[in-house]
Write a protein that binds this ligand. Structure first.
Ligand SMILES: [Zn+2]
Ligand SMILES: [Zn+2]
Ligand SMILES: [Zn+2]
Length: 298
């Protein structure tokens, strides 16, 4: 076990409780929405129940990915299954785009055929939705800066709280003014907010899938940092990418004509963890550049 560098530096947080609570709260709320949707004869509540069901699916996906990411590498999966967290981020974004399309379809329908809003029962149930979605969002608030999946779950629940609040306010305004168009206009405002948030999550996930260096890593700084190390004359073939939504890997060739020591490598690994949060590093030391041909822009 001569291999003690910081593989698990940023990992190891457990959101199991958050996911279980989030899923439990939402399943309960879906039941309430279906019952009251039928009692109040409100298609809006039933549609929202469908939307929340896709949310529960999203949470189950994200939870599963977290669990997969924590599993030890095995067999041909030498990196483990961490990268499933990135796949799930993309899947989550696509689910949200689908939900947005359903809401938009509903809103366009209401523009064409304005229906009287189902009244106080709808407002009360929507108000419960505000509370439940806010509670669920708060469960994921802390982790949203470190992990794309948690950020996805947080954004989603926050957007849903906004959706429910919009339904309550629109219902109130329509009751006060009698103007039916307020309802679909509110829907479109909410859709704009959701698309804005989801688009960023989506492009972030695509970047990860394409092995782009994570946004917060400044490649020039990393390059200069490596060049500034004692005995390093030059570097090439530098790669930095995300192995999961929380773990970053780096490979580089270092030209060190004077040779190197184990202490040098150990120290370098330690520094990269603490300066840049890069936990998995691989270096190839060369006396002089040995490659004649290279397909990765050495
Ligand atoms: Zn949702
Ligand atoms: Zn090389
Ligand atoms: Zn290693």
């Amino acid at each position: 076990m001569a291999h003690t560098h910081g593989h698990s530096h940023a990992a190891g947080k457990n959101y199991g409780k958050s996911f279980a609570l989030g899923i439990g709260l939402n399943v309960t709320f879906i039941a309430v929405e279906i019952v009251y949707g039928l009692i109040a004869n409100s298609s809006a509540l039933l549609a929202d129940a469908g939307h929340n069901a896709s949310d529960v699916l999203g949470l189950v996906f994200a939870w599963t990915a977290m669990w997969l990411a924590s599993m030890k590498p095995r067999g041909k999966y030498t990196y483990g299954l961490r990268k499933t967290t990135i796949l799930v981020s993309i899947l989550n974004a696509l689910l949200l785009f689908g939900a947005v399309a359903v809401i938009a379809w509903d809103a366009i329908g209401k523009f064409k055929n304005p229906e009287p809003v189902a009244g106080s029962q709808v407002m009360i149930v929507a108000a419960i939705g505000v509370v439940i979605n806010t509670l669920t969002a708060l469960l994921f608030m802390k982790g949203q800066k470190d992990d794309l999946n948690i950020k996805g779950a947080f954004l989603h629940m926050a957007a849903d709280a906004g959706v429910s609040l919009g339904v309550v306010l629109a219902g109130l305004l329509i009751n006060l003014t009698g103007k039916q168009w307020i309802d679909p206009v509110t829907s479109f405002l909410i859709i704009a907010v959701i698309v804005w948030g989801t688009w960023r999550l989506f492009t972030d996930s695509i970047d990860l899938a394409l092995d782009a260096a994570p946004k917060h890593i400044e490649l020039d700084k990393v390059r200069n940092f490596l060049l500034s190390q004692n005995g390093v004359e030059n570097i090439h073939d530098l790669h930095v990418w995300a192995m999961s939504t929380t773990q970053i890997a780096l490979t580089a060739h270092l030209i060190m004509p004077e040779g190197f020591s184990d202490e040098f490598i150990a120290e370098l690994q330690e520094k990269l963890v603490h300066e840049f949060g890069i936990g998995h590093t691989t270096f190839q030391i060369e006396n002089k550049q040995i490659e004649k041909y290279c397909d990765t822009d050495c």
